[in-house]
Design a protein around this ligand. Structure first.
Ligand code: SAM
Length: 280
């Protein structure tokens, strides 16, 4: 390692194509190798604390609100009265925090494969990992793809707050998993899943939309802006059995910084290139 590399997080998200995101480090707070991944937490110069999994920035204190508000409030404002919510992945706690803001929510189940992510975030990112002690929350440390095979017709909303489609998250981008999630929902249920960047991952998005629209009556892609992710954008697949996300219900939640009804609606308006065929 050179002197320079030691003081920068180098997010090697597509090094073969010459694309690496660098963020300057102030301090390396935590490092552990688990059965699933390498976990690091850094204090950075300009983005606060950062959770890095297998070298990829997953959460920073600077912009996590733009991700968590949109992965949670879009589906929870689409469902008419969400009571039972399942979050798969999401071990940092940001999605739990946002789901608990909805007055109708009675139960939040979190299924995170790696307990060490939860422990690291409770210790080093307390503003994100705030909801774990709420009595409505239950935590299951298991593979989400296995978990959804066992529960039938139970949830109103499933949120897949997963890392990128490799390692333990590979299964969370497969058709069989989407089929099992549909079986886990009740008749009015819906899902929102982390579905990558419209600039760099269009073939993944097209694949998810193709099978997602077969499984769900309504299937749409929407996006948010997150400066510390590759390309500064990340999107979500919203699959719904009944409610149309283009008609969100009005429910004012105090203190949100990214989500409002206008942002909800416009997030589904995609530039034309997104659905154009991908040249190999
Ligand atoms: N916002 C993030 C992003 O897109 O970079 C996602 C953050 S969250 C920390 C992702 C979590 O998904 C990780 O903690 C990881 O352990 C978890 N995860 C990966 N594969 C999983 C699986 N098969 N079942 C449950 N959780 C999984």
């Amino acid at each position: 390692m050179t002197e320079n590399q030691e003081h920068w997080i180098k997010d090697h998200w597509d090094e073969p194509k010459g694309r690496t995101l660098c963020v300057k480090i102030k301090d390396h707070l935590h490092s552990v190798r688990t059965d699933f991944q390498q976990i690091d937490v850094y204090e950075t110069e300009c983005f606060g604390r950062a959770l890095v999994l297998d070298g990829v920035i997953n959460v920073t204190e600077f912009d996590e609100f733009a991700y968590h508000e949109m992965i949670v409030h879009v589906p929870l404002h689409t469902h008419p009265a969400p009571r039972r919510v399942l979050i798969i992945g999401g071990g940092d706690g940001g999605s739990i925090r946002e789901a608990l803001k909805h007055p109708t929510v009675e139960e939040v189940h979190l299924c995170e494969i790696d307990r060490e992510v939860i422990e690291a975030c409770k210790q080093y990112m307390p503003s994100v990992a705030v909801g774990f002690d709420d009595k409505r929350v239950s935590v299951f440390c298991r593979d989400g793809a296995e978990f959804v095979k066992e529960r039938k017709g139970y949830y109103d909303v499933i949120i897949v707050d997963s890392s990128d489609p490799w390692g333990p998250a590979t299964v969370l981008f497969q058709q069989a998993f989407y089929q099992d999630m549909a079986g886990c929902l009740n008749d009015t249920g819906l899902i929102a899943t982390q579905s990558e960047s419209m600039f760099f991952d269009r073939s993944t998005i097209h694949t998810l939309l193709a099978f997602g629209q077969e499984i769900f009556a309504i299937g749409r892609y929407y996006y948010t802006l997150v400066p510390t992710y590759p390309s500064g954008t990340i999107g979500f697949f919203l699959g719904s059995k009944k409610s149309d996300p283009l008609q969100p219900r009005l429910c004012h939640i105090e203190g949100l910084r990214y989500y409002n009804t206008a942002v909800h609606r416009t997030a589904f308006s995609l530039p034309p290139f997104v659905m154009q065929p991908v040249k190999s």
